[in-house]
Design a protein. Structure first.
Length: 425
């Protein structure tokens, strides 16, 4: 073995050593997870070994590289970390930033006072605290630019820093992006508040009727009959709400598991039309089916697809004008994303239409364009949210077009099952 062959290994140790030391410090302070630390160490050692092999192959005379100053050595390590990381010296000047810090919080210029790029008072207070004695500080901060985000800031003093003078990194700041978690938390809180509110109103009405029946109307047979009818309607409203909430949670649980059965959409549309025809007739309406011959099967869950078209046709019957026709048109089409066949089903009504401002939010839970009308007609505000989740599970798309005074078209496109042609439709 030539005498110089250990030199690259030594160089690797010199270059990677400070990086690993900082990594151990970050992991020890709880600023990054052990798994992340191991990944970065593996990446660094891997890169270093590849470099060593390259040098071995060329068999060039090797010289020992100059030692790498600790404040520049961690850069490859920092750039592999998934969170924004900023290092500052005792004078609060930035000594290093990683790629995530540049991309997400826009902190980039090494050598500048941190306060010139991050003016957030909590960030500056945390830095001040660790530079003047505190070992770690954690704070929740919200940044408005470049996009509104919520972070948990972890600031830690780098023990033993300062051996390289004023320029050495004296504190490390790690920002963990909590925006998504915060949003999910808010959505959950809003959902519980909305569901409770929706259940509370029929419940209050029921309690009111019961008290009236027990008190002033106890001997009034006519009032009793009327109140019992109203109580039944309120109880049924609660039952519908609970059914829809349970459907929604069932759909959400298996949304990531794509369905595997080959399903004939035509047969489903026929059964939905049969089920809802009585209600349509009550409004002097008809449901017309227009199903293209030899449609391909779709990959689907029959019960869930029945629920999708039941909810859409139910809305069309509920919100369209009396005496009009609800049209169900099923045609062969192309997949909206990627290549391949699909089946497109349009539910077309001649109703009042929906103002454009409501369209983007229509599939949100409990969102209604006209809340009073929806409640009067027995709506829960969950029908389209259920439709959206089922269509997502089927890797399909839902699009809504509506024109005030003309009507609405809800179109569902579902990917076809591979190479099986439906003959029964
Ligand atoms: N075909 C339609 N025509 C007009 N408005 C509709 C139609 N479908 C849905 N909407 C509007 O979208 C809202 C949400 O629909 P959905 O989630 O099914 O809840 P709901 O229980 O109120 O029917 C409805 O309250 C209604 O305002
Ligand atoms: Mg509905």
């Amino acid at each position: 073995m030539p005498p110089g062959s250990f030199a690259p290994t030594k160089a690797v140790a010199v270059a990677v050593g400070p990086a690993i030391a900082l990594l151990a410090l970050l992991a020890g302070a709880g600023l990054i997870s052990g798994a992340a630390a191991c990944t970065v160490v593996a990446v660094l050692i891997g890169c270093a070994l590849v470099a060593r092999q390259g040098l071995d192959r060329r068999n060039k005379p090797l010289t020992t590289p100059a030692p790498v100053p600790p404040e520049t050595a961690p850069q490859p390590l920092l750039d592999h970390l998934p969170d924004p990381v900023i290092l500052v010296n005792r004078g609060r000047e930035i000594t290093a930033v990683n790629r995530m810090a540049r991309e997400t919080v826009g902190v980039g210029e090494v050598g500048r006072d941190l306060a010139l790029t991050m003016r957030h008072p909590r960030v500056l207070a945390a830095v001040e605290a660790v530079l003047t004695g505190a070992s770690t500080v954690s704070e929740e901060i919200s940044l408005a630019v470049p996009t509104p985000r919520t972070f948990t800031l972890h600031a830690a003093r780098l023990e033993g820093a300062g051996t390289h003078g004023q320029t050495a990194a004296a504190a490390v700041l790690v920002l963990r992006d909590e925006t998504r978690a915060k949003r999910a938390e808010q959505t959950r809180a809003d959902f519980v508040a909305n569901a409770s509110h929706e259940l509370r109103s029929p419940l209050s009405a029921l309690i009111g009727f019961i008290e009236t029946l027990l008190g002033p109307a106890s001997d009034d047979a006519h009032a009793r009959e009327r109140f019992l009818g109203l109580m039944r309607a309120e109880a049924m409203r609660m039952a519908r709400l609970v059914d829809d909430l349970m459907s929604l949670s069932r759909v959400e649980i298996n949304e990531h598991v794509p369905p595997k059965d080959a399903v004939a959409v035509g047969a489903i549309l026929q059964s939905v039309a049969d089920t809802l025809s009585v209600r349509a007739e009550d409004k002097g309406m008809t449901i017309a089916l227009d199903i293209e011959a030899n449609l391909p099967f779709v990959l689907g869950d029959g019960d869930q697809l029945t629920q999708v078209f039941h909810n859409l046709v139910d809305n069309a019957v509920k919100y369209a004008r009396s005496g009009t026709v609800v049209r169900l048109a099923a045609t062969r089409s192309e997949r909206a994303t990627g290549s391949g066949q699909a089946v497109s089903v349009a539910v077309i009504d001649s109703g009042e239409g929906i103002a454009a401002i409501h369209l983007p939010r229509l599939t949100e839970r409990f969102y209604r364009a006209d809340a009073g009308r929806s409640r009067r007609l027995g709506g829960t505000g969950l029908g389209l949210a259920i439709v959206k989740h089922i269509v997502n599970r089927h890797r399909g798309t839902l699009s809504i077009e509506s024109k005030r005074g003309v009507g609405s078209t809800f179109t569902v496109v579902l990917p076809a099952a591979p190479s099986v042609s439906s003959t029964s439709q």
